[in-house]
Design a protein around this ligand. Structure first.
Ligand SMILES: [Ca+2]
Ligand SMILES: [Ca+2]
Ligand SMILES: [Ca+2]
Length: 555
């Protein structure tokens, strides 16, 4: 394993922090400036003509990075082009781009990352370019682990469960995390179908009749379908080797693979995703749609019969757990999706709409995924749904998040508690919820601006100066904790992946010191840093959603 920090030319430190990928013409546009004495900033266009001189905000301290900073607001610049921003007393100049298609390449790249993480397929040069590689993990011979044994499938029964996406930097596959990841891509498609219908990802299925994002999601859905035990409807919790592999290419990891455990959470996440997929793929493949809905119903029945089967890691299995001891939210999400797809009111009872509030989703906390689908389908919901309550829940959440932006020195709704493992996905899931609330009430422009601020954050308006998406921006991670990126022969990281991001927790993964113990600065672009620099399918998913939303919602 290498732990060197890149010193490539892309690693120039800028002292002015802004979105390094670009802005839509009418988006809010903010930059963060060190608290120098200057009170104004200047923006020049590509012809070196001054197009804006305006006041900086007063200085404020951002607690997560202990920095005193000022904000430059250049939202009034709406003409497409390349610009530079300067402030007297700040040595560096920041450049930025305004473009009507600001997030098209980012969105396509973030989806293409899933293609690069496909199991069981050769990545051909035609689609993968320099990232071509041999197939790994055919997974046509997978053993039923004793933890998942039943009378009809006793321990060591061989099943076939190919395809799917590698979960993260490792080569294992987990139903719980697949659930939220796949759903989030499907939800993006369900909200913005026209956008995705016009997209070409240059994947093997490009040019067929199905939008490429749905082809990509189908690679994982087909694997998920194979994870259901046809004898009882239960769903295996994960498909893994017993231990994490070394940093080798997929084809070099030939360790035995097992399906491990059956859990209520896996069954419900599976049911939710298959129910959503059933309605979304129906126009393209009615037979597949029916198969997905039948699978969803069978998993739901299993979960209702086995409502408290939580994951318990067997002693001989060392890979990720994705354990979750509270599945009320998984019942709610599956209930919402089954209700929307079947239009059978009885399913909705388990959503418990009078209980709880909207929050920011994550893999163990999925009730809000049901809220998203209900919001997207609000015009076709029956009387059992309290639409006013649904809207008020989303408004309350979006208002609370937006108010955090107002008081933030960086102009982002992130406080010290937001810098946990995978913080960048937390930021983008906040943005996702803001866009869902905005879609229900487009007078709430502060929701859209706040979502923009969170995308800006991960694309460079942060104390590390990194755009956290590999291949996008001026300075981005070169050494993500990702086995194919680390063991291929191509310098740097495979593009389109969101690194986990700054993490204020105690970290024990690297011998290289972290640059700071301040939570928002505690990030290391080193392969050893799985706690700040791993990639994961559930982290990329809100990047896909939010980049599509802001591309579509902002003129
Ligand atoms: Ca296609
Ligand atoms: Ca849960
Ligand atoms: Ca590499």
């Amino acid at each position: 394993m290498t732990s060197s920090v890149s010193s490539s030319a892309a690693n120039v430190t800028t002292l002015i922090k802004l979105n390094q990928v670009g802005y839509k013409p009418n988006s809010e546009k903010l930059a963060v400036i060190p608290a120098v004495a200057a009170t104004t900033f200047t923006v020049k266009d590509a012809y070196n003509t001054v197009v804006l001189t305006a006041n900086l905000s007063s200085a404020k301290t951002w607690t997560p990075s202990a920095e005193s900073v000022k904000l430059a607001d250049f939202s009034s610049i709406t003409a497409e082009g390349d610009y530079t921003l300067t402030v007297d007393g700040v040595q560096n100049t920041a450049s930025f781009k305004i473009s009507a298609n600001a997030y098209d390449a980012l969105n396509a790249g973030a989806i293409k990352a899933y293609y690069y993480n496909r199991a069981s397929i050769d990545l051909l040069e035609e689609y993968a370019g320099v990232y071509k590689r041999a197939a790994g993990h055919a997974d046509t011979t997978v053993y039923v682990h004793e933890s998942a044994a039943t009378s009809l499938r006793p321990a060591n029964t061989i099943i076939s469960a190919p395809k799917g996406w590698y979960d993260a930097g490792d080569y294992n596959l987990y139903i719980v995390n697949s659930g939220i990841s796949t759903y989030t891509l499907l939800a993006a498609y369900e909200k913005y179908p026209t956008y995705f219908q016009g997209q070409n990802l240059h994947i093997p299925e490009s040019g067929n009749a199905i939008p490429d994002v749905l082809d990509e999601a189908l690679w994982n859905l087909e694997w998920m379908l194979s994870m259901q035990d046809p004898n009882d409807g239960g769903v295996y919790h994960k498909l893994t080797s017993k231990n994490f592999s070394g940093f080798v290419m997929p084809s070099a990891d030939t360790s035995a693979r097992y399906v491990v455990g059956k859990t209520t959470a896996a069954a419900l996440d599976f049911a939710a995703v298959m129910a959503a997929a059933s309605r979304i793929y129906k126009p393209y493949d009615a037979t597949l749609s029916t198969k997905m809905l039948d699978a969803a119903k069978a998993a739901w029945v299993w979960a209702k019969t086995n409502p408290t089967v939580y994951y318990s890691q067997p002693s001989d299995i060392k890979t990720g757990e994705y354990g979750d001891g509270n599945v009320a939210d998984e019942f709610a999400w599956a209930a919402a999706e089954l209700y929307i797809t079947t239009e059978e009111d009885a399913y909705f009872a388990d959503f418990n709409q009078s209980v709880g509030s909207a929050d920011v989703p994550g893999w163990p906390n999925v009730k809000s995924l049901g809220l998203i689908s209900l919001a997207h389908n609000i015009d076709s919901l029956s009387y059992v749904v309290d639409k006013d309550l649904l809207k008020s829940r989303l408004n309350t959440l979006a208002t609370n998040i937006s108010s955090q932006k107002t008081t933030s020195a960086y102009g982002v709704p992130l406080t010290s508690g937001d810098f946990y493992w995978g913080s960048n996905s937390g930021a983008l899931n906040k943005a996702l919820m803001l866009t869902v609330a905005y879609e229900l009430d487009n007078t709430k422009t502060n929701y859209l601006k706040t979502a923009q601020s969170l995308l800006d954050y991960v694309l460079g308006r942060n104390p590390t100066d990194y755009s956290f998406v590999t291949g996008f921006g001026v300075k981005y991670p070169q050494n993500v904790h990702h086995r194919p990126s680390g063991s291929d022969t191509v310098a740097g990281s495979i593009p389109g992946f969101l690194a986990g991001g700054a993490n204020g927790e105690n970290k024990t993964d690297c011998t290289t010191p972290y640059p700071s113990t301040l939570s928002a600065k505690s990030y290391l672009d080193a392969q050893c840093s799985y706690m700040t620099n791993e990639i994961a399918i559930n982290w990329n998913a809100p990047l896909v959603y939010v980049s599509a939303a802001l591309q579509n919602l902002t003129e």
